[in-house]
Design a protein around this ligand. Structure first.
Ligand SMILES: Nc1ncnc2c1ncn2[C@@H]1O[C@H](COP(=O)(O)OP(=O)(O)OP(=O)(O)O)[C@@H](O)[C@H]1O
Ligand SMILES: [Mg+2]
Length: 383
């Protein structure tokens, strides 16, 4: 790897050197902001943000978009879903969304504004009059797509970021990842074009992409998003309260961190519930203890019930084995004994597989429930 690029990436990942410039930022944003600096130097790196459900991928993209715009970059987030099911739909959505989101960057320039508005209204990469269902069968006009991305860059004269959230959806369009890589590689090598492609998806995205296109995997710099650290948990709880006069006692935030293990979705559920049932300006550990079963019931209704209802009879017996044993970690032999389920390994494979595993395979043949709060839920439905 080129020496300068290595240095820049090290700088990007060196959170300490950036911290003083980001008094109001989330810790996990810092490495991304570093990549914005790389972008402005013209050395480009495309990113893939990888992590499990609820770990904060979409939130991170949103905050990053906001920050990028403050640094005079245009940015757009495209939430891929079932409607982005063809090449044509994908490319049209990208151009339309970028043109729309880049409009505020044009300032007062009427000409630029008109160009972007015109583009977002007229974008069409398929044959004229094509039906929605036929879009899947026809190849898009790649040339026009590239030209549009190049003219947006030329007209705006600022770097831009295209972020594709729920990127596993790309795998549903045959060849999409490979083509995107080709297109971006080509426009990024053109003079004066500074743009970056950012994907975000499940932790298995790279493995799934690899079977579709190995070169595409190498095109992206992977960033694994894990749970919040203690400091990030504090930040996530306190930042939204700025200016409200409400404070969480440190001991209460420590307890939230322990109970949630820093999982952003759970942290947010605890903070939200404690905030909405507050009786004074200070939220304490006693408040947490008092509200714990209510919060667990909230999680049950919003999350656990629906995932549990999708499990089979035998899978439930396996999950209950953890409650029976009072142990966090069980071997497959112990699970087989406690649950009485035959051919337990098949079920264990299913339960620990994606997209939302209920068991974590901690080491070979050893499993735990995916989260201790889920264990609490299972205890409650048993009793
Ligand atoms: N930095 C943060 N500060 C505070 N709360 C956060 C932060 N990041 C995520 N959250 C909260 O965690 C929850 C899950 O976040 P988000 O939806 O971004 O996760 P995700 O990885 O995109 O999930 P999914 O895989 O389901 O799409 C949200 O309720 C969000 O408000
Ligand atoms: Mg998301």
């Amino acid at each position: 790897m080129e020496k300068r690029l290595r240095w820049l990436i090290r700088t990007a990942l060196n959170t300490r050197s950036l911290r003083k410039n980001l008094p109001d930022g989330y810790t996990r944003l810092r490495s991304l902001i570093g990549f914005l600096q790389i972008l402005s130097t013209g050395i480009l790196k495309n990113l893939a943000i990888l992590g499990g459900w609820g770990i904060g991928k979409t939130s991170l993209l949103r905050t990053f978009k906001h920050r990028a715009e403050h640094r005079n970059c245009a940015a757009t987030i495209i939430e891929l879903g079932e409607s982005t099911d063809s090449f044509i739909a994908l490319f049209e959505t990208i151009t339309r969304s970028l043109a729309k989101d880049a409009t505020p960057m044009s300032g007062a320039a009427v000409k630029i504004r008109e160009f972007l508005e015109g583009l977002s209204l007229s974008v069409n990469y398929g044959p004229v009059g094509i039906s929605y269902s036929d879009k899947k069968k026809v190849n898009p006009d790649m040339f026009r797509f590239k030209e549009d991305l190049i003219s947006i860059s030329g007209t705006l004269d600022v770097p831009y970021l295209i972020m594709l959230d729920n990127a596993e959806q790309l795998l549903a369009i045959k060849g999409a990842i490979f083509e995107l890589r080709n297109i971006f590689q080509m426009i990024q090598s053109a003079d004066g074009i500074r743009c970056m492609l950012i994907l975000s998806g499940k932790e298995t995205l790279f493995a799934d992409m690899r079977s579709a296109s190995e070169p595409a995997v190498r095109f992206f710099w992977g960033i694994d998003l894990g749970p919040f650290s203690r400091e990030e948990t504090y930040e996530a709880i306190t930042k939204p309260l700025t200016g409200t006069g409400i404070v969480f006692e440190d001991a209460c935030m420590d307890r939230i961190f322990e109970l949630t293990r820093g999982h952003p979705y759970f942290v947010q559920v605890f903070a939200y519930n404690l905030f909405s049932s507050k009786t004074g300006v200070r939220i304490t550990v006693a408040d947490l203890e008092q509200n714990f079963s209510r919060i667990l019931a909230y999680l049950g209704k919003r999350l656990f019930e629906s995932i549990y209802s999708r499990t089979s009879q035998n899978e439930r017996k396996i999950l209950q084995a953890f409650v029976l044993s009072h142990k966090d970690l069980l071997s497959n032999t112990e699970i087989a004994e406690l649950s009485g389920v035959k051919s337990v390994n098949i079920y264990l494979k299913n339960l620990s597989g994606s997209p939302a595993p209920l068991l974590s395979r901690v080491e070979r043949g050893k499993y735990s429930l995916f989260h201790p709060l889920f264990a609490e839920y299972l205890k409650n439905i048993r009793s």
